[in-house]
Design a protein around this ligand. Structure first.
Ligand SMILES: Nc1nc(=O)c2c([nH]1)NC[C@@H]1CN(c3ccc(C(=O)N[C@@H](CCC(=O)O)C(=O)O)cc3)C=[N+]21
Length: 297
């Protein structure tokens, strides 16, 4: 039995961050200021705090300005909207990321709607979602764009390929489907109500799993030679030391015997998400400065 390739997302992301850093240096030289990314974290979720710290470190490592805002979980929506207004008006800030999920008493859609679409480096604003869906220039959600980069690196032209996205979230599934469509794939979105999901997935040359359920996609679901992108990050607590481990949405060990290539978890899509966030911040900085889009990113 042959074994598929494990796609090194961590290495690809490091290469992308290096390219972004070159673009950042050129931007700073011509504009007399660094691109700036503001990250807003509401509440004390330890996992979220770790992500935010990593983002801050990598932002600075790429030569950009990092602004971090921590607010207590009980903050009122009004106050959060005021902060976003300030960041919209701040010329040092090219990108605004409000870490999700937000506490239940805050309306996420209202918060996202308050972000200037030109600074919406998550690509979550309806203006950017609509631009993506209609084939116009948009800020594109980081995780799906990172997945497309890995797929094109592995497969080259994606035209005509059968792609199945498992999961229909606004932040991954839907924009992923739009990006695959823009690459001329035949796209299916499968989800919790899909009948006979195994056979739907079995049609796919490209499988993108983004459901948030540990190892839900089984090895036998995968068509021989398919390429699998695993977006899931699920903490499971089945280890003896009680520390737990992180697994994806795909049963990777099983799938390896079927795939052409697959992304691991960790070390696959996760690092790409942060690298694309930096890329999007540089893209937003260029657009806001009236410069053409940075090349080769
Ligand atoms: N507005 C918003 N935008 C986001 O992009 C966003 C968010 N909210 N909320 C939380 C999720 C989560 N997220 C991750 C980013 C990188 C890794 C990552 O780099 N993971 C590594 C390490 C995993 C580990 O060991 O913890 C890996 O997969 O190899 C994971 C998760 C971005 N998110």
């Amino acid at each position: 039995m042959t074994i598929g390739k494990i796609i090194d997302g961590k290495a690809f992301a490091a290469g992308l961050r290096d390219k972004v850093a070159l673009g950042v240096a050129a931007f700073a030289a011509s504009q007399g200021r660094k691109p700036g990314l503001a990250v807003v974290l509401v509440g004390e979720d330890p996992a979220s705090a770790v992500y935010v710290r990593n983002k801050g470190k990598m932002t600075v490592a790429a030569g950009m300005e990092s602004f971090e805002f921590r607010r207590p979980a009980h903050i009122e929506e009004e106050e959060l909207l005021d902060l976003i207004e300030e960041l919209n008006a701040d010329d040092r800030v090219d990108g605004i990321l409000v870490q999700l999920p937000l506490p239940a008493h805050i309306n996420e859609a209202s918060v996202i709607a308050a972000i200037d679409p030109a600074k919406d480096v998550d690509g979550f604003h309806v203006v950017n979602a609509g631009r993506l869906a209609t084939g116009q220039d948009a800020l594109v959600p980081c995780t799906p764009l990172g997945c497309i980069m890995l797929l094109k690196d592995e497969l080259g032209d994606l035209s005509g390929l059968e792609a199945v996205v498992v999961g229909r979230s606004n932040i991954v599934g839907k924009p992923m489907a739009q990006l695959l469509l823009a690459e001329n794939c035949t796209v299916t979105i499968a989800h919790s109500r899909t009948r006979d999901i195994a056979s739907v997935v079995h049609r796919a040359d490209i499988v993108v799993a983004a459901v948030g359920r540990a190892e839900m996609v089984k090895g036998e679901w995968i068509k021989p030679g398919a390429t699998v992108i695993d977006v899931g990050i699920n903490r499971v607590t089945d280890t003896e030391d009680g520390k737990g481990r992180i697994v994806g949405d795909v049963a990777t060990a099983e799938a390896l015997a079927h795939v052409r290539a697959i992304t691991p978890v960790p070390g696959g899509v996760g690092p790409m998400t942060i690298a694309v966030l930096l890329r999007n911040t540089l893209v937003a900085a260029h657009a806001r400065a009236g410069l053409p889009a940075p090349e080769g990113l």
